[in-house]
Design a protein around this ligand. Structure first.
Ligand code: BGC
Length: 781
């Protein structure tokens, strides 16, 4: 299934056994290391050749004007784009006067390995220069999960068969030139020289550069320290200018001798701290990392990941590719969120500049579910970030003539960054995803402090938004008109079922939270009348339904539209948005990504099993999956409707999105929501996980391919392990007080030392649904 043959299939690693320059940018995303604060793309140590150089700091962006041919009221005036900050990865190598550049000379071997347990990227290669000197180069790189500011590289050169003069230039480089955009709207704006120099220092083994962004006024400091080991005749010298600080290490190596440079790099940024304060901050971070030392950093990294895997690992027996892919996915989702600490988790994490580094609903709707049950601390941080952006969201709501808070469709710092309002401003459902994430997290963690400090306010302000956005008609029914649901091939529609059901839950959750925290409610100005109005709106929420067809409508009138002419659409015309005008997509029955199908997952109690099957059969032939967010949702409902083979295919598609570059844009960064969706497809699809108030329900069923699926979840003080075989499922309490769960509708209490072993009933049987031509799941394309 994996089309990029350079990656081998292994349970705990992603290995590339030869260097293929044609897919360099893609592999830079796959091999990106990050902790959510610092992100380093998997660029080659020497800096060149490269696909897209990338070093990112969570929250560091530059502003740029948003050009409109015809501007309108309420259009955002400036956009934010993530910038490539000072690059601390670079270690250039010169071998007997020749640059070690893999485009020249002879590369006998080149291997890179992303080790998912150790959290390092390792590289080994052997190269003969055009003049005939052979060297072996090994490097190990990490971005520390325990020391947030720190990344580090150990770089080693060995002379193989002749005496070689080698020079290693370890650098910090600001304002690297970047390749131009290819015109894909999902890419990014490459800003030229976004950083203004403030300080450059090279003293002994230490380097430091401090810069400031020109418009957003953020100060970025990066410093490096080195430990050099080599033959006695090794010398070094430092120098710096505005955009480069460099330590040059020179040695002469006899065959078998090695020169090794351990480089520790500290990163910091601030909108308020002064230049001296920032310099001190990165120097202090370097001192702390130096205290651990290279070996200490490796050990801490392993310890952190051992802990993570004990909580989060998903085991899939019977399918090695999916096994590898789900661990790859878990690793990258952890990297995206682990240390983001009150900064956004972007759609690409910190693995590339795609989507300009913006965060979308992807965070709350796709990434946070996985983290809620495996790394709940990261969820509180992500939601506190949203909370910190409330002032901007309130201002936006006021600008739109609405109450409460209107959270942005895409953003880095909290203000709306979308210049296309039908799929930006109008996609109000992001607010409900935030509220849903608050409810999920507080139920799973019991974190009442969070609920009081941030959760209740998020629920209240989003409920206010819905109440003012919708209206009761003459019969009393509550409608939310003119909004865009998850499916971006429909826009400005009335009563989008997903939006309405999610808003309904949001309104009820806000009223419930205000009852639990009456004092907070009073502080927020909520009185009985207001919360009663929320409950009224929720109770009266209009959900469109086509009685003739017996299916729920994606939005009012959707099933009446003309069907898209799929027969006339060629395989090369996908994604449709790059080949057809939105006006035509909007007025036809064609679906970019799961919408009504997503509603059946997130608001499952609204739908009975018959409707799940019927609705799925209706929407499946219309859904083209032009968004990577779709396959995982379709996997969940396919599994529930008994289409286990189809659910497997969708799971594999979500899982292999980046390892196999299925959308041909992995070069811009990884699809973090799709990676997180791999977990969702497995745990909510084949495990059947659903929430029921504070409890969890399971309805496990395996596809033929899997002989076993096992995963663990953290719920309140307890840890539960779920192990599913073809005929029975075992629930084991790993720690904490007993848990009552449901297995296929039956309540079961799981106690310590008494695992519950239960029979897996046969799947319901329905005719296999069709997909649009050329849009069968990718595994089969
Ligand atoms: C999808 C959105 C998603 C965004 C970022 C778009 O193509 O339609 O739902 O939030 O990508 O991943």
């Amino acid at each position: 299934m994996i089309t990029h043959r350079s990656y081998t299939v292994e349970p705990w690693a992603v290995r590339e056994t030869r260097l293929d320059l044609d897919v360099l940018a893609q592999s830079e995303s796959v091999f990106a290391l990050s902790n959510g604060h610092v992100g380093w793309r998997g660029n080659l140590d020497e800096g060149e050749p490269h696909g897209l150089p990338g070093s990112y700091l969570g929250g560091v962006y530059e502003l740029h004007p948003l050009p409109y041919a015809e501007a309108g009221y309420g259009y955002p005036e400036s956009g934010q784009t993530v910038i490539n900050v000072t690059n601390g990865k670079v270690l250039r190598l010169l071998v007997d006067d020749e640059p070690f550049d893999l485009r020249y000379g002879r590369l006998t071997s080149h291997e890179r390995l992303l080790d998912l347990r150790r959290g390092v990227l390792e590289r080994t290669c052997e190269w003969t220069s055009p003049a005939g000197s052979t060297v072996r180069v090994r490097s190990t790189r990490l971005v520390s999960l325990t020391q947030r500011a720190i990344a580090a590289v150990a770089y080693e050169v060995e002379a193989v068969d002749s005496r070689s003069r080698v020079v290693i230039q370890s650098e910090l480089v600001a304002n690297e030139s970047l390749p131009g955009s290819d015109g894909d709207p999902r890419g990014s704006k490459a800003l030229v020289s976004p950083l203004e120099a403030e300080e450059d220092v090279a003293v002994g083994h230490r380097l430091r550069l401090v810069h400031r962004t020109r418009r957003s006024g953020l100060r970025v400091a990066v410093a490096a320290d080195h430990v050099v080991s080599g033959p006695e005749r090794t010398t070094y010298a430092g120098e710096s200018n505005v955009d480069v600080a460099r330590l040059t290490v020179t040695s002469v190596l006899e065959p078998g001798e090695k020169l090794r440079v351990e480089k520790l790099v500290a990163h910091g940024w601030s909108a308020v701290r002064s230049r001296p304060a920032m310099s001190d901050q990165v120097e202090a971070a370097l001192a702390a990392a130096g205290h651990s030392g290279w070996d200490g950093l490796l050990e801490e990294q392993r310890g952190y990941l051992d802990d993570f895997w004990a909580r989060a690992d998903v085991q899939v027996d019977g399918d090695e590719e999916v096994q590898q892919a789900v661990r790859f996915a878990l690793f990258h989702v952890l990297q995206a969120g682990a240390r983001a600490e009150q900064r956004a988790i972007p759609a690409k994490g910190l693995t590339g500049s795609g989507y300009d580094g913006h965060a979308f609903w992807d965070t709350e709707a796709f990434v946070l579910p996985l983290l809620t049950y495996t790394s709940p601390g990261a969820v509180a941080e992500a939601l506190r970030w949203r909370h910190s952006t409330l002032p901007a969201a309130r201002e936006r709501a006021a600008q739109l003539g609405l109450r409460g808070a209107a959270f942005p469709w895409r953003t880095i710092e909290g203000s709306e960054g979308s210049a296309y309002w039908p799929a930006g401003t109008a996609a109000f459902h992001v607010n409900a995803a935030i509220a849903d994430a608050v409810v999920r997290y507080t139920a799973a963690s019991g974190d009442t402090r969070f609920e009081r400090e941030a959760g209740t306010e998020l629920l209240v302000e989003t409920a206010r938004l819905w109440r003012s956005l919708g209206h009761h008609d003459h019969r009393g029914a509550f409608h939310i008109d003119g909004v865009t649901g998850p499916d971006e091939y429909s826009a400005i529609a009335d009563d989008n079922t997903y939006t309405n059901l999610m808003a309904r839950a949001n309104l009820l959750a806000a009223a419930d939270a205000c009852e639990r925290h009456a004092d907070r409610a009073a502080e927020l100005g909520v009185d009985d009348e207001e919360s009663a109005a929320w409950r009224d709106a929720a109770e009266a929420m209009y959900i469109p339904y086509n009685h003739e067809l017996g299916v729920h409508e994606q939005h009012e009138g959707f099933t009446r539209y003309q069907r898209w002419d799929f027969a006339a659409t060629g395989p090369d015309q996908y994604p449709l948005m790059l080949h057809f005008p939105y006006f035509d997509l909007y007025r036809k029955q064609v679906i970019k990504q799961a919408d009504l199908v997503l509603a059946m997952y997130t608001c499952g109690s609204w739908f009975d099993e018959e409707h799940i099957a019927r609705n799925f059969a209706y929407y499946e032939p219309l859904t083209v999956r032009d968004s990577s967010l779709s396959a995982c949702c379709q996997a969940v409902i396919a599994a529930q409707a008994g289409h286990l083979r189809l659910a497997y295919d969708y799971t594999a598609e979500a899982a292999l999105m980046d390892l196999a570059d299925l959308e041909h844009n992995t070069r811009d960064g990884l699809h973090i929501a799709s990676l997180a969706g791999t977990w969702t497809a497995l745990v909510a699809g084949f495990g059947g996980l659903r929430r029921n108030g504070t409890g969890l329900c399971f309805a496990p069923r395996l596809p033929e391919r899997f002989s076993r699926l096992a995963f663990s979840l953290q719920l309140l003080e307890s840890r539960l392990r779920v192990e599913i075989g073809p005929d029975k499922a075992t629930y084991t309490l790993l720690s904490g007080p007993p848990l009552t769960i449901k297995h296929h509708g039956t309540p079961v209490t799981v106690r310590a030392d008494a695992p519950a072993v239960l029979v897996v009933p046969p799947a319901p049987s329905h005719p296999a649904p069709e997909q649009p031509p050329h849009r069968r799941p990718n595994a089969h394309r």
